[in-house]
Design a protein around this ligand. Sequence first.
Ligand SMILES: *[C@@H]1O[C@H](CO)[C@@H](O)[C@H](O)[C@H]1NC(C)=O
Ligand SMILES: *[C@@H]1O[C@H](CO)[C@@H](O)[C@H](O)[C@H]1NC(C)=O
Ligand SMILES: *[C@@H]1O[C@H](CO)[C@@H](O)[C@H](O)[C@H]1NC(C)=O
Length: 617
Amino acid sequence: MISVKSLLALLLLCSCLVYGSLIDDILDAIEKAVDCGSCHALLLPLGGLALLGDSAFSGTVTAICKVLKIQDDDVCEGIIKQQGPILAHNLRHINPLGKTATKLCDSFGLCQPPAVNKYTVPFPKAAPTNPKVFVSKGGPTFQVSHFSDVHIDREYAPGSDVNCTKPICCRNYADDTAPPNKPAGPFGEHLCDTPTTLVQSMLQSIAANPNNAFSIFTGDLVEASVWLVNQTGVTKDMEIFNNEMATILKKGVYPTIGNHEAAPVNDFPRTTTKKANVQWIFDTQSKGWAKWIGASAADQVAHYSGSYSAVVSGTNLRIISINTVYWYKFNFWLYDSDDFQPDPNGIIAFVVRELQAAEDAGQRAWIIAHMPPGRQDTLNDQSNYFDQVIQRYRNTIAAQFYGHSHQDEFALAYSDYAHQSAANAVTMAYVAPSLTPRNGNPAYKVYDVDPDTYEIMDAKVYRSDLANPSFQTQPTWELYYSARATYGPLVGLNATSALTPAFWHRVTEAFAADATAFQQFNTFKNRGVFIETCGAECRDVTVCGLRALRAENNCEDSDLGLNFKKRAEKEAEVRAVHKNACGGAGLATVFSNLPNKITDEQRAAMKALLDDVALNA
Ligand SMILES: *[C@@H]1O[C@H](CO)[C@@H](O)[C@H](O)[C@H]1NC(C)=O
Ligand SMILES: *[C@@H]1O[C@H](CO)[C@@H](O)[C@H](O)[C@H]1NC(C)=O
Ligand SMILES: *[C@@H]1O[C@H](CO)[C@@H](O)[C@H](O)[C@H]1NC(C)=O
């Protein structure tokens, strides 16, 4: 195979390096990019552009984004200024035809993920032959509240326009001077992120529950103005929210780090990356979380890329919080080298070590993280390796808790994915709905927990309905549904059983067999609004996803989510998935929305914009 260096040297020699003709090559390659091969072909001239330097690269991509009107001008400028240099750096360091490049093209929606790179996770001890059995004495349950994706917009402006052309609205944008079509109410609107009033209302509702022992927060506290975020602003946002949780909730919180806690969004460099680091996130949260998780777990946050493990005081339950953003397709720092790294930043080694400690101590464990490791936005490799960990420690793990999708859903792991059944369902991952009303009604979950087994006896969703006339004066948080009451009767759940993985598998069988039961779940997903039409085929794909905590078993095509070509029939889906992907995947969104026809006028307009860039280069 040709080495990256010689390939790039070749590029330097070729006439492509006449900047103007390089631009034409890029535009031609954009028009032709319809599949994986042509995506690799596009990376060649983009790599040539990257060799001209970060500012030439970002300036050119910004001009393309603006002239093709992929986003508003300020959004194009902001996103590319932040993320363009990362992509340029990657293109200077990877083989444009290699496997890392294929993964990058997968994040643009043009390649399918490559087959899993086989790797066997090392374990300190073999699974015990007689694992400890956790038996319920039938004592009274305690409650745990789980909230996620709060996406608090501290610049939310009541009275500003709820309908705008940017990824989030309800802000006073400089380029939107027209009187608002509909002024934003004080407690929040769909298409906007969460005002301070709404997050405080939710925290007060949780605090008012005397049975709430503690809370879980599965990340994403920053609003989705991804083209504006910076380290100073995000640090302040983290500190404010930590104080807010402490002041209002009073009881303990077990938090995690979300992809929106980075600036640029999503981009967590690996320890092997020398060019950048996000230690400021881990240091801020180490300090802010110590009061809940204790000094030694706080020390882990600072030294294990945001992950920690803590035994809940007065219990036999160990909470292991891990940073799964190192397995996230839209973390562009993962593509800065062709060297295969099975375990970026040692997250898998960390979870193994902590699960072994739990097993040795006869404890039960809950795993919590932001991104559930089974969706189509997860890298198949790390999802597969994490699945090996789940299999090994299946007796220790009582349940798992995630957020990120903004939807109320779940995912199951199996010991045999080829023969999925109630008998071989291994673990259950609860995915919390978002607080942000951007793509649903604001909601959180409350679990009833068995005090001996730490298994979940019920999962109840509380929501606040934006359509309620009193919402803009005083939101109320009402029980929306109980999983036990709604799904139990579908499968004949007995009165004393926990909601085990086997139970949830049977629920998926009920969904597959009974369209009414499935539509109930489909309505619950976004808490009664933005209900997606989901017929038989879509139902099969959804059920497949519920049975796939291991990403390679998910049935959703990559190109369902992010599609280079705005094919009309897919446009709505693309938009829905973009919104689900935590409000825009940043630069990947720009690339996945490039058109397959660029007019002569557009080419001329771009070249006019690019005169400055060429001079700088
Ligand atoms: C938002 O504004 C656009 C353009 O003015 C309009 O087409 C669209 O229907 C509006 N959407 C809502 C939800 O008001
Ligand atoms: C950083 O973001 C904050 C908002 O969170 C903003 O007020 C500030 O101007 C930004 N700083 C820079 C240098 O862009
Ligand atoms: C209900 O579940 C419990 C605990 O798993 C079990 O001991 C009991 O036999 C079950 N009862 C029925 C009627 O299935």
